[in-house]
Write a protein that binds this ligand. Structure first.
Ligand code: GLC
Ligand code: CA
Length: 554
């Protein structure tokens, strides 16, 4: 099958969660001056695009995912002028800019919502304002973030819908005026020069007519009535044809509970395609059930199965978004690797996902192997999801230190600590007081130290990204998995235009015997990447802890 070649398939994307990236003015909060100061670092890393988590004005009930103004930049981060400079400076370096588009909901402090309290205003129908039913809420839906999905307004005697936090009010996408607003937001940023959007929980934007009751669930009752809802394809298609098609841009949609088959209805390359890529969650469930908070032992087979299914199902006419970390999950080394073999497992994990077929996304700090935060008291938590889980787990008796320990493993706050730049005070993140404490391990794990160490995780990422860029097989090659039943090794091959690439990853600190799959003669292959010095090439070897090897065969 002939694969269509395009820039968004060839790039590697770096995600910035701005609050914790780099502080330029000493107020303890990351900002765009900080980003400007690090553009050369990102260029040197070898990434081709930056995805910014929300930079817009926001009361920060969900750190930017509650937007109060879609066409401006938060004062915390700078100004629109400064943002334009970031776009320009990034473009000069060949780095594209992707904005986070959060249109399932707005902040309750958005002007539209404020105006919507007037029943006669056109904004009333921008949201789901509903009367109660028989003295009860309009339906039984539960928010995925906090309590019931409905909030009562006594003045209006109506409830509004919020699938996420109370301060994140769901937009009524069935209203054509709302869709026009979305298009206007898209054009605003595209006209400013941005290159695409990461679309937040985009598969939630169409709610089933009549908002019927949902089957009871511990959280998120009602999910089945808005996940991949009745008009989602139609609305996304409208955005594509009316706006996106008129620009050289791309989209990646976030899609909880997505399956490969359904994903193809959104991203397969055809006239009906509505998104370019999709973030699914299936491999994220290798150590949990449904949510990171229901933790289970890491199961490599589960992870491999998820990756391999998506690789197979998308190959040819659809394209994968590859990621291990983002701002919503604990750090990958702590989940799938090892603190003891920090360097080795950090490199192995990078190899494992970046050499699959798709566009790789790297989350800030991942490239130096940042780890979870050693939480020790309740007052360190800042995330609405953690607060909510504190309540949920208290009901089953998990409180105090037990809860803190759980959150230390499961909370997404682990990904939100300041980036560790160097060994100076506050890891060089700020000259002021950081808004979130810096992980004390910054003395060992930081950018400056890793830049100086040729054997560091950081330098490995650089080499890996360069390899991917210089070898089309790593981008466009097809994918075959070997030994799927192994619970310790992840082995796959890529093949393209007569060449083959074999990727071997051990997820164990124990020695594992590896035998080259049939048809691969490794004694004649070129070893292109490894996290150990491999003295000789052979078809059978015993792995070192978290070893990875990548062979190129002519
Ligand atoms: C997405 C974001 C997450 C946010 C949620 C609600 O899942 O990645 O950070 O809390 O949507 O906007
Ligand atoms: Ca700042």
């Amino acid at each position: 099958m002939e694969i269509k070649k395009t820039w968004y398939k060839e790039m590697a994307v770096y995600q910035i969660w701005p609050r914790s990236f780099c502080d330029g003015n000493g107020d303890g909060i990351g900002d765009l001056e900080g980003v400007l100061a690090k553009l050369d670092y990102l260029k040197d890393l070898g990434i081709d695009a930056i995805w910014f988590s929300p930079l817009y004005p926001s009361p920060n009930a969900d750190y930017g995912y509650d937007i109060a103004d879609y066409k401006d930049i938060s004062k915390d981060y700078g100004t629109l002028e400064l943002f334009k400079k970031v776009v320009e400076e990034a473009h000069c370096r060949g780095i594209r800019i992707i904005m986070d588009l959060v249109i399932n909901h707005t902040s309750d402090e958005h002007e539209w919502f404020v105006k919507s309290h007037d029943k006669d205003s056109p904004y009333h129908d921008y949201y789901f304002w509903r009367k109660g039913k028989n003295g009860k809420k309009p339906n039984n839906w539960k928010s995925v973030f906090e309590g019931d999905a409905w909030e009562y307004d006594p003045q209006l005697d109506e409830y509004y819908l919020h699938v996420f936090a109370k301060k994140q009010v769901d937009l009524n996408m069935d209203n054509p005026a709302v869709r026009e607003e979305v298009k206007s937001i898209m054009r605003f940023w595209l006209d400013l020069g941005v290159d695409g959007f990461r679309e937040d929980v985009i598969t939630y934007i169409s709610k089933r007519e009549g908002l019927p009751n949902g089957a009871p669930l511990p959280v998120g009752t009602g999910l089945e009535h808005y996940t991949n809802g009745p008009h989602v394809h139609e609305y996304l298609s409208e955005f594509r044809h009316d706006v996106l098609d008129h620009y050289d841009c791309f989209t990646v949609g976030e899609a909880p509970m997505m399956t490969p088959k359904l994903a193809r209805t959104f991203i397969a390359e055809s006239d009906d395609q509505v998104l370019n890529l999709m973030f699914h969650f299936q491999h994220q469930e290798a150590d949990c059930l449904m949510t990171d908070w229901i933790h289970t032992p890491f199961n490599l087979r589960k992870m491999k199965k998820a990756f391999s299914t998506w690789q197979k199902e998308m190959y040819g006419d659809a394209w994968n978004a590859l990621y291990l970390e983002n701002h919503d999950h604990p750090r990958a080394i702590d989940r799938f690797g090892s603190r003891k073999y920090h360097k080795q497992s950090g490199k192995m994990l990078a190899t494992m996902y970046i050499l699959q077929c798709g566009t790789p996304f790297i989350y800030q700090g991942q490239e130096i192997g940042m780890t979870n935060f050693p939480f020790s008291s309740m007052d360190q938590f800042k995330d609405v999801v953690t607060f909510n889980n504190a309540k949920v787990f208290a009901k089953i008796g998990i409180t105090g230190d037990r809860f803190i320990k759980l959150a230390g493993k499961c909370s997404r706050e682990n990904a939100r600590t300041p980036v560790q730049w160097d060994d100076s005070a506050n890891a060089g993140f700020t000259t002021g007081t950081p808004w979130f404490p810096v992980n004390e391990n910054y003395h060992e794990i930081n950018v400056a130290a890793e830049q100086a160490d040729p054997d560091s995780i950081l330098n490995y990422y650089k080499k890996l990204l360069r390899f991917r860029k210089e070898n089309e097989i790593a981008i466009y090659g097809d994918y075959t998995e070997y030994y799927p039943e192994s619970s310790k090794l992840y082995v796959y091959a890529r093949s393209y235009e007569g060449k083959r690439l074999l990727v071997v990853c051990s997820f164990s600190e124990k020695p594992v015997r590896f035998t080259a799959p049939e048809g691969f003669d490794l004694t004649n292959a070129e070893l292109v990447m490894s996290n150990y010095d491999v003295p000789y090439r052979s078809n059978v070897f015993i792995t070192k802890p978290y070893e990875t090897r990548v062979y190129l065969l002519g």
